[in-house]
Design a binder for this molecule. Structure first.
Ligand SMILES: [Zn+2]
Length: 335
């Protein structure tokens, strides 16, 4: 994928650290390439988070430190990756070689496997084909058979099945604009909300398992204006150049989403894990890029949380809150 839109809400903006990675756990046995996660029937008293993402690498740039924190705390975390990222570009100059381009789909699967291990999560591909990011004026039509063109009922089916098998209390996804307007990101939002309803309804997709009601759905609220400003000012205070200068100069305040944030998850301890997972997506991430130029201690001091909007909830949990599982822990019997 390419990230050319302003502001690129999911862009990594982090520094690399040589510190020991806290919370890194091995994935559960059997969670190999596209291995099906096991059913959650045996462990009702366990916190389970399902994060739905469009492409391999999105999980590492949106909510990765949150996931690493919950894994370290004993929760099960599963990433559903809608597409294989087949139409993505090679965005790291060091990887921009013919032999990489030839094998790009397989390389992205391998990169995802590495990121999965680093984050300590489980992960499944839902099996759709990347729609690519259409560019030009007028925009070209989307390629035949791509994820964005699959009818919603068909596109949501694998996610309904996964929800009923994994039984998450919490699901994260993108907002109605996709976080950034890639057709696959918007489609990811659409199937997430559709599957949230359908998975709980015994009359829909009866062949895909027993109904399951997700308790809470969250949208990623990555690059809010206050967060970007805080990071920008913190970098400038160190005397370094800020990678956010151009963004902020062009940022239309009407496009700020900070008023939507309901939930701030403290996770700076896991920023190094997030960065390591990002770097595992070597075709997509340039580790020498300016987004890794902001030292982790500066980030931690300026903005130690990842932020979310609570979009749906069937539990009694007042906002603002600092935990995606707020209102669920006592029900599940986990503190
Ligand atoms: Zn993406």
């Amino acid at each position: 994928m390419t990230i050319t839109t302003f502001p690129p809400l999911g862009l990594p903006e982090q520094g690399v650290s040589g510190r020991r990675l806290p919370g890194v756990r091995r994935p559960v046995p059997g969670a190999g390439d596209n291995a099906r996660v096991t059913s959650s029937d045996q462990v009702p008293d366990q916190l389970r988070l399902l994060a739905v993402h469009a492409h391999p690498d999105d999980e590492s740039s949106k909510g990765a430190a949150t996931m690493a924190r919950y894994v370290a705390e004993g929760a099960r975390v599963l990433v559903a990756t809608c597409t294989g990222g087949e139409r993505g570009s090679v965005l790291n100059p060091a990887m921009d070689r013919p032999e990489v381009w030839e094998r790009l789909p397989q390389i992205r699967v391998d990169e995802m496997a590495q990121a999965r291990e680093i984050l300590g999560i489980e992960q499944e591909f839902l099996g759709f084909v990347d729609s690519g990011l259409p560019e030009g004026d007028p925009l070209p039509p989307l390629p035949e058979g791509c994820f964005a063109l699959v009818p919603i009922e068909e596109a949501a089916a694998p996610l309904v099945e996964l929800i009923r098998r994994f039984k998450p209390q919490v699901m994260t996804t993108y907002d109605e604009r996709g976080g950034y307007p890639h057709p696959d990101h918007i489609k990811t939002h659409e199937i997430s909300m559709y599957a949230f309803e359908a998975a709980a309804d015994p009359d829909r997709y009866p062949e895909l398992g027993e109904p399951w009601q997700i308790s809470k759905v969250y949208y990623h609220m990555g690059f809010t204006l206050p967060r970007t400003k805080a990071l920008h000012e913190a970098v400038l205070a160190t005397g370094a150049e800020s990678p956010y200068t151009e963004w902020l100069a062009n940022w239309d305040p009407a496009h700020d989403i900070s008023h939507r944030v309901t939930t701030k998850v403290l996770c700076s301890e896991y920023f190094p894990v997030r960065d390591a997972a990002l770097i595992a997506h070597a075709t997509q991430i340039d580790p020498t890029g300016r987004w890794f130029s902001v030292p982790l201690d500066v980030q931690t001091a300026a903005w130690p949380t990842e932020d979310y909007e609570l979009a749906r909830s069937v539990v009694d949990a007042p906002v603002p809150e600092d935990d995606l599982f707020a209102g669920i822990r006592s029900e599940v019997g986990v503190r």
